[in-house]
Design a protein around this ligand. Structure first.
Ligand code: G3P
Length: 217
């Protein structure tokens, strides 16, 4: 399963890309606003340090402007995936951009029916927001299971990109369901490798090792 970082913070991205297990980056208008940077500059900066797909979201809501924005974002680099919202205009823009060879990430997906239409529109990625569904008492991961089954039934190549992730357990659940990608805020990525028993076990090993007076080097 691929791991993307859900961030527009360049320092954060650079620090975690160093680990070697970041396969791409996703951004959205809120994350760009939080960064305080111009979207075109920031996406170009991210593309310069990330080889995998970098999702950059259009902000228009009508088809023509969405398309123009999508083309401008796609021109930033070959690894830009244009993110469009799951609306009628967004799906139409997805179809046009995908036919022209641009990777499209259809975002703000909350039902399997929406995901079906995104696949038919040629989306490279579908982004169901599991945390936001859980927030309103719905079953976010149940949606992932449905979409994975639905796409497998028809061999749709659209990748299921699990977004709005609130816990490291969601990452494991997504992998067990066969989702293609998870996009994680940095704190969830950290939570994925951190475990208190690892820390306390390491402390104990270090203390015992110090008593031996040995050195491997
Ligand atoms: O990038 C989209 C998504 O991951 C947003 O997550 O936490 O704002 O629901 P969140």
């Amino acid at each position: 399963m691929k791991i993307f970082l859900d961030s527009a913070d360049l320092d954060e991205i650079a620090a975690l890309c160093d680990t070697g297990f970041i396969d791409g980056v996703t951004t959205n208008p809120s994350l760009i606003a939080k960064s305080g940077h111009n979207i075109l500059d920031r996406i170009a900066e991210i593309c310069a340090i990330v080889d995998g797909p970098v999702s950059a979201e259009v902000t228009a809501t009508d088809y023509d402007t969405m398309l123009a924005e999508g083309r401008k974002l796609a021109a930033i680099g070959p690894n830009v995936a244009v993110k469009v919202p799951l609306t009628k205009a967004g799906l139409q823009a997805c179809q046009t951009l995908s036919h022209a060879g641009t990777k499209v990430n259809v975002t703000l997906c909350f039902t399997a029916g929406q995901a079906l239409l995104a696949a038919k529109a040629g989306a490279a990625f579908i982004s169901p927001f599991v945390g936001r569904l859980d927030d309103i008492g719905r079953d976010g991961m149940g949606l992932i299971e449905e979409i994975c089954t639905l796409y497998a039934n028809y061999d749709y190549p659209t990748e299921v990109l699990v977004a709005s992730v609130r816990s490291s357990q969601t990452v494991v659940d997504a992998a067990l369901m066969g989702a293609d990608v998870v996009t994680l805020p940095p704190k969830i990525l950290t939570a994925l490798y951190h475990h208190p028993l690892t820390d306390s076990g390491l402390d104990a090993f270090s203390q015992d090792w110090a008593k031996t007076g040995q050195s491997i080097l």
